[in-house]
Design a protein around this ligand. Structure first.
Ligand code: NAD
Length: 289
């Protein structure tokens, strides 16, 4: 399949290269020459503009920083210019309202477009083991799935336009709350005299278990290897978690809801980022407990 890929950063670079490895012709564009060069080394054909990259494309995939950029890329460069039969797939994490707006603009111009944000970080993008949560009508989902399956381990139909973004921010709001709770539990257990490894052995098979405990333990030297074992470098940056929590709060406001713990988690991550820790993995929040 002829696939245009826009946005070849930390995530998009690995994803585009996996599409190439699966046998697709990948036509790449990024504003960054460095990102473009790496994509070329990963097997993609590189182009100097979006218009050139989408020429003749059967699918357009994007992995971009935020909603304003996604809207600009699609309205100024893709919609009306890509072949009408191309399926448009935005994998970026953006606000639900912008996702719905851009998908509607695409539909008005005769395109099928889906939102397909991911769970899993840079390592999963490189390994092709992402989970995609897709907001799409049924027909569009099947067409997007044919492309997404080559970049992930699971492709799940979340519902209509915007449902993928809604699932993503609800999931990450839960993750932020679980992580802070896990940090409080482990810190308190230690202060009460428990060995952290012993507490891990208990909590990981008891009702306090969560992904934050078993797969991403914030205590160095406990559980599988995580960013905690690398001084909280790498992994999922605090700044990105804060971005997702802000999107969650925006979405909550449109749903007339005030998620108390979600808002509190957002405030805690915001203070941590503003203190200069935005580049640390989000499990470093244990430093504030
Ligand atoms: P990144 O900053 O590494 O990559 C974004 C790329 O987009 C950059 O290479 C940039 O040059 C390019 N870009 C920006 N504006 C552009 C434009 N107008 N046209 C073409 N290219 C443009 O970011 P990332 O970590 O790859 O994240 C991308 C998306 O994935 C974000 O929405 C993020 O929230 C989401 N995400 C990231 C992670 C993660 O762990 N990094 C995990 C899940 C989801």
């Amino acid at each position: 399949m002829k696939i245009a890929f826009i946005g070849l950063g930390n995530m998009g670079g690995g994803m585009a290269s996996n599409l190439f490895k699966a046998g697709h012709e990948v036509r790449a564009f990024d504003l960054s020459q460095d990102a473009l060069k790496k994509a070329g080394e990963g097997g993609c054909a590189t182009f100097g503009s979006i218009e050139e990259a989408i020429d003749g494309a059967e699918a357009v995939v994007s992995m971009l920083p935020n909603g304003a950029i996604v809207k600009d890329v699609y309205t100024a460069h893709v919609i009306g210019r890509a072949p009408k039969e191309a399926i448009l797939i935005d994998c970026s994490t953006i606000d639900v309202a912008t996702a719905r707006e851009v998908e509607q603009l695409a539909a008005d111009a005769g395109y099928a477009m889906v939102d397909a944000p991911v769970s899993g970080g840079i390592a999963a993008a490189a390994a092709g083991t992402l989970t995609f949560m897709v907001g799409a009508g049924k027909g569009a989902f099947k067409r997007a799935e044919a492309v997404l399956k080559d970049m992930g381990k699971a492709v799940i139909h979340a519902g209509d336009a915007g449902a993928g973004q809604a699932a993503k921010i609800c999931n990450n709001m839960m993750l932020a709350i679980h992580m802070i709770g896990t940090c409080e539990g482990f810190t308190m257990a230690q202060k009460l005299g428990l060995d952290p490894q012993v507490f891990y052995d208990i909590a990981s098979v008891s009702s306090g278990q969560s992904w934050s405990v078993t797969s991403y333990c914030p205590v160095p030297g406990v559980g599988p290897k995580t960013p905690a074992d690398n001084d909280y470098q790498g992994g999922f940056a605090t700044a990105l978690m804060l971005k997702d929590l802000k999107l969650a709060m925006e979405a909550a406001a449109t749903a007339n809801m005030d998620p108390l713990l979600g808002r509190h988690a957002k405030d805690i991550y915001q203070a941590f980022a503003e203190a200069g820790n935005g580049g640390l993995d989000f499990s470093a929040i244990i430093k504030t407990v």
